[in-house]
Design a protein around this ligand. Structure first.
Ligand SMILES: *Cc1c(COP(=O)(O)O)cnc(C)c1O
Length: 438
């Protein structure tokens, strides 16, 4: 096995044509070089692990990264040590659930660590097609809440726009794994028009989430058309982009994109770091460019078995995120998606992790642990039980160390008034013993 084999260029461009989709055509249309920014390139050695033969300008070009995604088990075996048996297993899985990983993200994998957190998120496992595994195609019933194709309207003031189902990296724990069957489609202009008009006519929608797939798979030009249309709607206060590009293809966050986004402020971006290993000079610089463009970056991670399911994993991740000025927003319970069962943890695990973080790190580093309920029930935040008992006047707390405390509620107003009268009328009588808590 030749881990450093140079990939022949002809073959790559041929594959690119094979997999051509509208967004890739978009990507090719724009021939100008990737944006320059004022920061020196910060590529680490580890980040070039398998690609030392690729020149820096190409490596930094997001379109090169996008076009050269590794999508077959054979290709993968050039970089990771895989036995013939493992290759065949991988091929079996990818017939049902495809594989896609960028050269950059692949480079984060330690080839000799079978439990590498990046590997487990991006490289298929035969468990995905284990017939004994449970799960649902569309656990959140997003199809049920789709008001027009591509637009999910569940909460009155927010709407979620699925722009494309293209993603540079197919996360094995993807909640929209059902859409991989038609991988490579972008909604048509007519469909986009219908989504925009729905939002325009529903004046209570003040927050639109531009999601996917990954919306940054679209060309900057096409993304701008969508964002500009949303901005033309007076009641849309904020636009949120949900994208994993800062983590899996940080080169995408170039000057051109950042300048475009800064013109449509306020735009927020929620990204998806799951492991401290994903915080690299490249991903940090991508987040920094967004922040400098006035785009706040928050993180939504998914609690995944064997990847980030311990207090120490989460402390390392969330404290690492604060260092790059990314706020941990949500920690999601992994949805009961078909083909993802092997990565799910019991709900209690998430509560235990949040309990283990509180008091031991900055409150800013602690995300809300959230379960998105099946059948469109929506998100429910879960906290450890800090209240052990209560009566009308007192609440009995357990703190982060496990010590107990009693806290007095204010008396209801009518009682306050009564006790004041009582106090006045008893002014001349001997002092009463002070009332104490139960
Ligand atoms: C998660 C989600 C939102 C946004 O929820 P927030 O709690 O505001 O981040 C909106 N719509 C749908 C359908 C969602 O799944």
């Amino acid at each position: 096995m030749n881990t450093l084999a140079l990939k022949p260029k002809q073959k790559l461009s041929a594959e690119c044509v094979d997999r051509s989709s509208r967004s890739q055509v978009d990507a090719q249309e724009e021939s100008e070089p990737p944006g320059q920014d004022d920061e020196p390139p910060q590529t680490g050695i580890a980040a070039r692990r398998y690609f030392s033969h690729i020149g820096q300008p190409l490596w930094d070009d997001w379109k090169w990264q996008f076009k050269n995604r590794i999508t077959t088990a054979r290709e993968l075996s050039r970089y990771l040590p895989l036995s013939e048996f493992e290759i065949q297993d991988l091929e079996k899985v990818t017939r049902r659930y495809p594989l896609s990983i960028t050269p950059y993200y692949l480079s984060l994998i330690d080839p000799y660590d079978a439990n590498d957190p990046v590997r487990r998120q991006a490289i298929p496992s035969t468990m995905e097609i284990d017939p004994s595994m449970q799960g649902l195609e569309d656990p959140l019933d997003e199809n049920g809440d789709s008001v027009v194709p591509g637009l999910v309207h569940r909460y009155e003031d927010r709407a979620l726009m699925v722009t494309t189902n293209i993603c540079p990296v197919l996360c094995r724990h993807c909640t929209r794994k059902r859409e991989w069957h038609q991988h490579g489609t972008v909604h048509t202009p007519v469909e986009f028009h219908a989504m925009i008009e729905y939002i325009r006519s529903h004046t209570r929608i003040r927050d639109v989430i531009v999601s996917g797939g990954d919306p940054l798979s679209l060309s900057t030009h096409r993304l701008e058309e969508i964002i500009a249309a949303l901005r033309s709607i007076p009641h849309v206060e904020i636009i949120r982009i949900g994208s994993r590009f800062p983590v899996v293809l940080p080169q995408r966050i170039d000057a051109e994109l950042c300048q475009m986004l800064s013109r449509y402020s306020p735009i927020w971006l929620n990204t998806h770091f799951n492991s401290v290993r994903e915080i690299t000079p490249e991903s940090a610089a991508a987040c920094d460019r967004l922040l400098k463009a006035g785009v706040p970056v928050n993180n939504q991670s998914v609690l995944l078995k064997g990847i980030n399911d311990s207090v120490s994993d989460q402390l390392a991740l969330c404290q690492g995120l604060l260092k790059i000025k990314v706020r941990p927003y949500y920690l999601f319970q992994c949805d009961e998606v078909q083909g993802v069962e092997h990565l799910r943890t019991p709900v209690e695990k998430g509560i235990e992790i949040i309990a283990g973080m509180r008091g031991r790190t900055s409150g800013l580093a602690i995300p809300s642990f959230v379960v998105d309920l099946p059948d469109g029930g929506g998100k429910v935040p879960l906290l450890p039980d800090y209240i052990v008992n209560h009566n009308e006047e007192h609440i009995f707390f357990r703190n982060y160390r496990g010590d107990f405390y009693s806290y007095r509620n204010p008396l209801p107003v009518s009682n306050v008034a009564e006790s004041k009268c009582l106090h006045n009328s008893l002014a001349d009588t001997p002092a009463q013993p002070e009332r104490i808590g139960v």
